[in-house]
Write a protein that binds this ligand. Sequence first.
Ligand SMILES: N[C@@H](CCC(=O)N[C@@H](CS)C(=O)NCC(=O)O)C(=O)O
Length: 248
Amino acid sequence: MLELLNNPISTCSQKVRLTLYEKGLAFTNTRIDFRKKEHLTPEYLALNPDGVVPTLLHDGQPVCDSSVIMEYLDEVFPEVPLSPATPLGRAKMRKWLRFIEEVPTAAIRIPSFNKVFIRHRRELSEADLAKDTEARTLRRTFYAEMGRHGFSDARLDEFLERLRETVTRMDRALDGQAWLCGDRLTLADFCVVPTIDRMRDLGLAGLWDGLPQFDRWWTAIQSRPAFAQTYAPGSRVSDIYDDLKEPA
Ligand SMILES: N[C@@H](CCC(=O)N[C@@H](CS)C(=O)NCC(=O)O)C(=O)O
């Protein structure tokens, strides 16, 4: 029995949903509500001490961290494999996973918070703002730097540069092969999809202008049924915040 504690618009949750759907695994999709701070309750923290989503419950046992969950699912349910067949191939995939976690996954948070999530902090009193920062077990420094007004333009530029570096690196890797790790779709491809989708949702698709191999990959991955299932209505920030919708 699989249950995914997650949130529709969370990019880390989307990585795991892509994996579950691609592998055709049945699971209970349980929503954790950020506005109600359900990820910071003692019950949730007992499962995931970092106070972040997603958490997978497999027969009641928690598995945390989205990339770990992806690898766990691929190991426990090997039908529809999403890892290369050889140790060297898997090492290369894990290199992509670590790069994606360290660089683009961290970088996309800055434009996401500046453009979208900061609005919820602007409304808070000084005392509540301090309390909100203090409650973030894993990310107090990040929230403190963001404050009530968001990250500085210099910080934003630094992180947009990292996103551009990511798509450029992907474009080079995809020259002559269908997917990031060769001819087989792997967890590495799914790991980066939510960052790319969020970039587009925030109006940052211009960052991959002039990258034809990347464009081909992006078209191919969006045509997978797992992509449509993962991005059901309500899964993008533009589904929720009217000012982010594209003009009709
Ligand atoms: N390394 C963790 C990070 C998870 C993470 O940062 N989740 C975000 C949503 S994508 C979250 O729960 N944020 C809650 C918060 O900032 O309070 C993973 O990959 O699962």
